[in-house]
Design a protein around this ligand. Structure first.
Ligand code: ATP
Length: 319
């Protein structure tokens, strides 16, 4: 569905050096990137700010032309066959809407139907289906500018999927949404992927999105792929500390700690201990229970945020 081979994108950047002098420098946003995404995959595309995610998406959707390398999306060269590609592609940007600000949602959808030349009966059935899945019924007559962020996002998702594209590209679709709206959007995307077989590329800083949805994760850093594999492989590649939360029956000023363990926080009788990846957690639990009067104890696995933080700071790794 997506094929990138040695794709680079550079931008000229001008700096003023005094009133008359200007220097020109090239910034490499995407650096000889290669990857393939097969039909039906749900792929998370992660990376720190400025890593090159938006630039990749703009090249995939034909908004930007690569400086070098080869891109094919649904068999087409995106920047040369943009109109044709639009019929097979849905795009959602969380930070801005593709809907008409002053029009009721229903009218925006009708315009989109014409743009994509969706046959009237098919459109009506598809809109009814999406409206029900995203619970949009009460808002179809509301102008977009009066919608909440969560309602608008559901409208944008509907707009992107009205023509049943084979590929859906999402840029931060859950940004700014509350937990309930996030859950609705995630559930909907999981369903679209599983039931319709839509290929989905999801860019997000929200690792909850990735954990809930993506079987495969690509991490980009400085325009290059730093990781490409499953979420489990990502966890294993950048091992992070586990946390032992200990409630002491009575607080002690300086608790004795086994080797490979650091005290990271304390609040009254509660201690948070970081256990290094190579240290055996069971023996730490046993040692803490032996040396202290313990009221309660809980072990937390590293969350994916810790793993990704390490990956962003570290050197490139491979799955
Ligand atoms: N039009 C442009 N002109 C000059 N430099 C650009 C342009 N667009 C992007 N860049 C630079 O390319 C690099 C990658 O930017 P990009 O927007 O792709 O990152 P990103 O991963 O999407 O970041 P974020 O998470 O902040 O959205 C950055 O250094 C950015 O400053």
């Amino acid at each position: 569905m997506i094929h990138l081979s040695e794709v680079s994108k550079t931008f000229p950047v001008h700096h003023r050096k005094g009133p008359l002098r200007r220097t020109r420098k090239l910034v490499t946003a995407v650096d000889a990137m290669s990857f393939d995404v097969a039909p039906g995959e749900f792929v998370g595309y992660l990376g720190p700010n400025g890593a090159g995610k938006s630039t990749t998406i703009k090249m995939l959707t034909g908004i930007l032309t690569p400086s070098s390398g080869r891109i094919r999306v649904a068999g087409l060269d995106p920047s040369r066959r943009r109109t044709e590609l639009a019929l097979r592609l849905g795009v959602v940007f969380g930070q801005r809407t593709t809907l008409w600000w002053d029009l009721p949602l229903r009218d925006s959808f009708a315009l989109i139907r014409r743009l994509y030349k969706v046959e009237q009966q098919r459109f009506a059935a598809r809109l009814a289906e999406l409206t029900e899945l995203l619970d949009l019924g009460p808002f179809l007559g509301t102008p977009v500018r009066q919608l909440s962020l969560g309602q608008r996002m559901r409208g944008d998702l509907t707009a992107a999927l009205l023509h049943s594209p084979a590929l859906l590209v999402l840029d931060e679709p859950t940004i700014g949404l509350d937990v309930v709206s996030k859950a609705t959007v995630r559930e909907f995307l999981a369903r679209v992927n599983a039931e319709e077989g839509t290929t989905i590329l999801l860019t997000t800083h929200d690792l909850g999105d990735i954990e809930r949805l993506c079987r495969r994760v690509m991490v980009i850093d400085h325009g290059r792929l730093a990781f490409d594999g499953t979420l489990d492989a990502l966890r294993a590649t950048a091992p992070a500390d586990r946390t032992l939360v200990v409630d002491l029956a009575s607080p002690v000023p300086a608790p004795a700690l086994p080797e490979g363990v650091r005290l990271v926080r304390r609040e009254g009788p509660r201690l948070w201990l970081a256990i290094a990846p190579e240290t055996n957690a069971a023996s730490v639990v046993a040692a803490v229970a032996r040396d202290h009067d313990v009221a309660d104890i809980a072990l937390r696995e590293p969350d994916i945020e810790d793993v990704v933080t390490r990956l962003y700071r570290g050197s490139p790794v491979e799955a």
